[in-house]
Design a protein around this ligand. Structure first.
Ligand code: ADP
Ligand code: MG
Length: 240
């Protein structure tokens, strides 16, 4: 696997295995998956449906546990954390963006984002994050009053409000039309390139890999290729 000596590793996963079910029905969702994530990179994980992408992302986010293997971040190995520490890791260190937005319908954009904001930072950070994703004018809108793309941007703002070490996005454009999906990718790119965030995007759309610093390709629970993109294409001009 290629290495980038100019960047520091913030997460290191070693030989992850995960099998669902037993015997004949066993599904090897992950088989010997190892990867490093570099600080400030835009990493795209590509693979067709069922290749193990969500399983991997959930493990990196501490939402699921591997059968074996290790995930180390900030000098801590996730499998060695107590439940309470793992909960704190999930809550404070990783931001999740899902295909389905997962906003709370009864809360406004501001309130949805405030749920994860550090209380010490209060309302400023909520407004700041919504402005960062271009929704400064929608602070008091409810999810039903927003388009899919706007809702997804609220969910990105919500993930960012806790200032996570890692932003993990599982098919973030999967439920959106082309133009709206593009706006989301532009927003994620900006977070990485201008704000130094470490962003991981899981997708089955091959072309999205062109905007990445690195692409990891999965098939049947294995990493089959890892490549460094020397000149990433900006999401603005990328087409798929
Ligand atoms: P992807 O996100 O790339 O579509 P997943 O990680 O969701 O793939 O799934 C990988 C494989 O593991 C698939 O064959 C899927 O059916 C299986 N799988 C995922 N989660 C479960 C589960 N909770 N129980 C049983 N099988 C599962
Ligand atoms: Mg998936």
């Amino acid at each position: 696997m290629e290495t980038r000596s100019d960047k520091s590793i913030i997460l290191s996963a070693k030989s992850l295995f995960k099998t669902y079910g037993k015997g004949e029905a066993a599904v090897h969702a992950l088989s010997d998956v190892s990867l490093d994530i570099y600080e400030g990179e835009l990493l795209v994980i590509l693979g067709s449906s069922g290749s193990g992408k969500s399983t991997l992302l959930n493990m990196l986010g501490g939402m699921d546990k591997p059968d074996s293997g290790s995930i180390t971040i900030g000098g801590r190995e996730l499998s060695k954390l107590r439940d309470r520490e793992l909960t704190r890791y999930r809550r404070d260190d990783v931001g999740f963006v899902f295909q389905s937005f997962n906003l709370i319908a009864e809360l406004t954009a501001r309130e949805n984002v405030a749920m994860t904001a550090e209380t010490s930072k209060g309302g400023d950070i909520v407004r700041e994050m919504l402005e960062l994703v271009g929704l400064g004018h929608k602070l008091d809108s409810y999810p039903t009053q927003m388009s899919g793309g706007e809702q997804q941007r609220v969910s990105i703002a919500r993930a960012l409000a806790k200032d996570p070490r890692l932003l993990l996005c599982d098919e973030p454009t999967g439920a959106l039309d082309y133009e709206t999906g593009k706006q989301i990718l532009i927003a994620l790119e900006k977070l990485c390139r201008e704000h130094g965030k470490t962003v991981v995007v899981v997708t089955h759309t091959q072309e999205i890999g062109r905007m990445a610093d690195r692409v990891i390709r999965m098939r049947s629970g294995r990493i089959i290729e890892c490549s460094v993109i020397e000149s990433p294409v900006s999401a603005e001009i990328m087409e798929w």
